[in-house]
Design a protein around this ligand. Structure first.
Ligand code: GLU
Length: 562
């Protein structure tokens, strides 16, 4: 249920005043309230009036009184502000944002979202969070050749995973009638014309900066041809609508760029159409109609911004603020949607969440948390310089999030079964989390025979310590390692630089496959890991891992990072 607008304004104004230690602008508070409660938007005028009153009230309170009031009215907000924040760089301020913003994330539903999308999605989200306002999700599905019907669902899932604060959702495929209407208006203004040249003929003329014969048609002729296009009188390739630009533009791709084309096949999963709008047209029209105030996107869109500006100019619309951030190189994963799709089809990848891919679902499968992705993206920021994505930075942020909470277990890769002489049967008690005794202990029964990682015995070690148990001597005189109890003292083990090794009782070991980007590791782990499906844990001395699935045959885990 939507709250009383005055209460909502009061809480947001208090929160902002406490957070920044100064009185917020009324636009910021209005933007925050309307962004959070879209149902109040029709009452914007009344809310603007109430905001003034509310700010006067907040102004009269001293800083401690503001904090106290906020703690009474919305204790969760105080908690949120006090929560320790991992340091991230502050994003630069945006011009014309002081009265709130309307921003959008506009993916094509051609596959699930990947790290490149996350950058656009998170940066825009962060600005809406900062200035208040609306955050539009616009599904750009006007190219039927690039629509994957499953992607509609996957994109929504990925957005949920990222926790974006979307306030409005639009599908461009629902808006074809609007696009047709605005195309007719643009033709009426002389800003666009119907071109019936063959593609190749047009290309040659364009290279030569020469107008094509269609460019000289009258507005009436163009309007008539446009109706014929809509009426199905042309086949694919026979007619298009072009936006009239300068033919002298140094970039030939800018000259009279196309806005509509005809496609007889393939069919679109959501609509029946033959006349399809193209990206620059729909983006310009929608940014205008949806009241988008700020467009933050990659440098690869700079030429598109120039094209879109032509449309803004013809109509005399106010332009949004455009910001183009630098390219981001990402090594080590596949990001191209078509390459991923082909790899899945041919069986090279198991699916969109194969951990060799840079999709968000692949990161999630490995145990990367959305908050870590968000922090890395905010660190990278909106600078124009090209940068390369740092996996180490992502892993470091993720470690900060999961290390304090991940339970610890033993995983023994490539196990070797050995008997230890000289020790009595006993139980080892290992902390579930070394920093949090309250979480309790795991119990591992020592009954003479243990499983140890084979690789620990590649060198002729003299002593090892079984973690949380005791020290053992290793005798190599027979050619194979023979183990004997060597006392409990941890400091002895340290003095002798004995490796501290994870181990398992033979009676408490479950088969576990650990998938890593470098290949699969077969081993055994504590049976208690079976209850950790979908959780991120730490395999001590191996690294963090997400338990993907548990079956009677064993456990499948994905390596996250050290
Ligand atoms: N849907 C297009 C893309 O994902 C346009 C996005 C935009 O204008 O920001 O590349």
């Amino acid at each position: 249920m939507d709250p009383d607008p005055k209460d909502a304004l009061f809480i947001f104004a208090l929160q902002n005043a406490v957070k920044h230690d100064s009185l917020p602008k009324s636009g910021t508070v209005i933007g925050m309230v309307l962004g959070k409660y879209p149902a109040l938007r029709p009452r914007a005028q009344e809310i603007a009036f109430l905001a003034k009153e509310v700010l006067l009230e907040v102004e009269r309170l001293s800083p401690p009184e503001r904090r106290k009031k906020l703690a009474d009215l919305a204790p969760e907000l105080i908690e949120e502000m006090n929560a320790p924040k991992v340091h991230t760089h502050e994003l630069p301020t945006l011009e014309r944002a002081e009265h709130g913003v309307v921003m959008r994330f506009a993916p094509n539903p051609s596959g699930p979202l990947h790290l490149g999308h996350a950058r656009a999605a998170v940066l825009n989200d962060a600005y809406v969070e900062r200035y208040g306002g609306r955050y539009i999700l616009r599904i750009e599905d006007t190219d039927p050749k690039r629509v994957d019907p499953d992607a509609y669902r996957m994109v929504q899932e990925d957005i949920q995973w990222m926790g974006l604060r979307i306030t409005d959702i639009f599908y461009q495929s629902d808006r074809f009638d609007q696009y047709y209407k605005i195309a007719a208006q643009l033709i009426g203004l002389g800003g666009a014309y119907v071109c019936t040249c063959e593609n190749e003929q047009f290309r040659l003329l364009k290279q030569a900066k020469t107008p094509c014969p269609c460019r000289g048609r009258t507005i009436e002729e163009n309007q008539d041809l446009w109706q014929k296009m809509l009426g199905g009188e042309f086949y694919e390739g026979e007619a298009s609508v072009r936006v009239r630009t300068s033919l002298d533009h140094p970039d030939p791709a800018m000259r009279d760029f196309p806005a509509f084309r005809i496609l007889n096949e393939p069919t679109h999963p959501r609509i029946e159409a033959q006349v399809y709008p193209l990206m620059n047209f729909t983006v310009a029209v929608d940014d205008h109609l949806m009241g988008v105030t700020h467009v933050i996107r990659g440098k690869d869109h700079i030429a598109n911004t120039r094209r879109q500006r032509y449309i803004y100019e013809y109509f005399g619309w106010n332009e949004p603020v455009y910001r183009h951030y630098g390219r981001m190189g990402i090594e080590g994963v596949v990001l191209s949607t078509s390459q991923m799709r082909e790899g899945i089809r041919s069986g090279t990848y198991s699916g969109w969440d194969d951990i060799r891919l840079g999709t968000l679902r692949a990161l999630a499968r490995r145990g990367i948390k959305p908050e870590a992705v968000r922090q890395v993206v905010l660190d990278i920021g909106i600078g124009e310089t090209d940068i390369s994505f740092s996996w180490d930075n992502l892993f470091a942020k993720n470690r900060d999030i999961i290390d304090p909470v991940a339970d610890r277990f033993f995983f023994v890769p490539d196990p070797l079964s050995l008997t230890i002489a000289g020790a009595s049967a006993r139980e080892a008690h290992a902390l579930l989390h070394p920093g949090d005794e309250k979480k309790g202990y795991r119990t591992l029964k020592f009954e003479y025979e243990v499983l140890l990682p084979r690789q620990e015995f590649q060198k002729e070690v003299k002593m090892i310590r079984l973690k949380d148990l005791f020290n053992v001597h290793v005798d190599w005189s027979s050619g194979t390692p023979v183990l004997t109890y060597a006392g409990e003292s941890l400091s002895d083990a340290r003095a002798l630089k004995a490796p501290i090794v994870q181990w398992l009782p033979t009676g408490d070991a479950t088969p576990c496959t650990l998938h890593t980007p470098d290949g699969d590791v077969q081993g055994l782990c504590e049976s208690a890991v079976s209850s950790m499906a979908d959780q991120v844990i730490q395999f001590e001395r191996v690294g963090f891992a997400r338990i993907d699935c548990v079956t009677p045959d064993g456990i499948t885990a994905y390596f996250c990072h050290k």
